[in-house]
Design a protein around this ligand. Structure first.
Ligand SMILES: [Zn+2]
Ligand SMILES: [Zn+2]
Length: 342
């Protein structure tokens, strides 16, 4: 089969490789679409150490079943599917409690690190264990299905946050996941949503997708948020940028007794404004990946309750993968999601 292989850091080659062999409990998926994730871009240059070459990246994908393993039940050839980005084990303490994102033996598709190597979906075919498959509703296209994974991240963050109908929200960072959080927060029944970002284009999109107020970020933007909320700040803040400055902004935008849900994690460490968190009695909540949100996300996309087409900047042939990785890596243009089609 053909695959887009990271053969060395910053170099992707579209080459012939062996088609994966499936285990009895796996299916072979013929990939129709696979999105480029921010984590793939951060792995591209070796900075995270989680994409050690040679590896086939790609974990936001969809396709059609081409072959079924001998122990697989409930799935057949030609079924349209998407799948979780994480292969969870199903039998550790976390999995047994339904916290599959925290699985002690989790393996992410398209990741090769010191502990394991698992090829992903920037290829014509990928082997997928049956327990992480989800059926695509007829209304959902293969390209749209690549957004299910980041949408599930957005839903998970909202599900972990205090939800009172009408509670006010700030979203710090309106990149792709931030824009999906704006939509998830709107769907969840929150009240006023304030979106903050560096890019006017992203903010404009945030407004189209449900934000009530958009603010271009600067160092004192929390004062603006407080001025818009009776001097208090919002009930809930979602931090979706993950830098020292953005975490400070997020904490400063929360009202007393409010909650800050932390999703972004570009910086491995940030300074914690301890006295603000303690004296304003804030709740800080980390949110990682998703656990069980896929079916709801697929349903929301099928019913057009969320707009994922607005998130897809363009689709391109998988053969052009190197060019698109380089474009995203060099931050040329304002692309949200690039989807590659084998
Ligand atoms: Zn991803
Ligand atoms: Zn587990």
């Amino acid at each position: 089969m053909k695959a887009l292989v990271l053969t060395q850091y910053k170099k992707m080659e579209y080459i012939e490789v062996e088609t994966p062999e499936i285990k009895p409990d796996e299916v072979l998926v013929q990939v129709k679409a696979c999105g480029i994730c921010g984590s793939d871009i951060h792995g591209f240059d070796g900075s995270t150490g989680r994409r050690q070459p040679p590896v086939i990246m790609g974990h936001e994908a969809s396709g059609v079943i081409a072959e079924v393993g001998s122990a697989v039940s409930g799935w057949k050839k030609n079924d349209r599917v998407t799948f979780d980005s994480t292969v969870y084990c199903g039998h550790c303490d976390y999995c047994r409690k339904g916290q599959i994102n925290l699985c002690s033996n989790r393996r992410v598709l398209g990741v090769s690190c010191d502990e394991y190597r698992r090829n992903g979906a920037f290829a014509e075919y990928v082997a997928i264990p049956q327990h992480i498959l989800y059926r695509l509703p007829d209304e959902v296209t293969y390209d749209q299905a690549t957004i299910v994974e980041p949408l599930s991240v957005a839903f998970h963050a909202v599900n972990l946050s205090p939800r009172t109908v009408g509670a006010s929200v700030t979203v710090v960072g309106t990149g792709m996941v931030g824009l999906l959080i704006v939509q998830a927060a709107r769907a969840a029944g929150y009240g006023q949503i304030i979106a903050i970002d560096h890019h006017p284009e992203h903010l404009e999109l945030a407004q189209n997708l449900g934000a009530d107020i958009i603010l271009l970020s600067n160092e004192t933007i929390d004062e603006k948020v407080k001025a818009l909320t009776g001097g208090e700040g919002t009930d809930v803040v979602f931090e979706v940028a993950g830098t020292n400055a953005s975490v400070h902004t997020a904490i400063a935008c929360a009202r007393k007794g409010g909650a800050v849900t932390l999703v972004g994690n570009i910086a491995p460490k940030v300074d914690l404004p301890l006295q603000t968190v303690v004296t304003r009695q804030l709740t800080l909540q980390g949110s990682c990946a998703s656990s069980g949100e896929y079916p709801a996300c697929l349903d929301m996309i099928a019913r057009k309750a969320v707009n994922v087409d607005a998130i897809i900047s363009r689709s391109a042939p998988l053969a052009d993968g190197h060019r698109w990785f380089t474009t995203l890596y060099n931050k040329e243009g304002h692309h949200l999601k690039i989807v590659l089609n084998p």
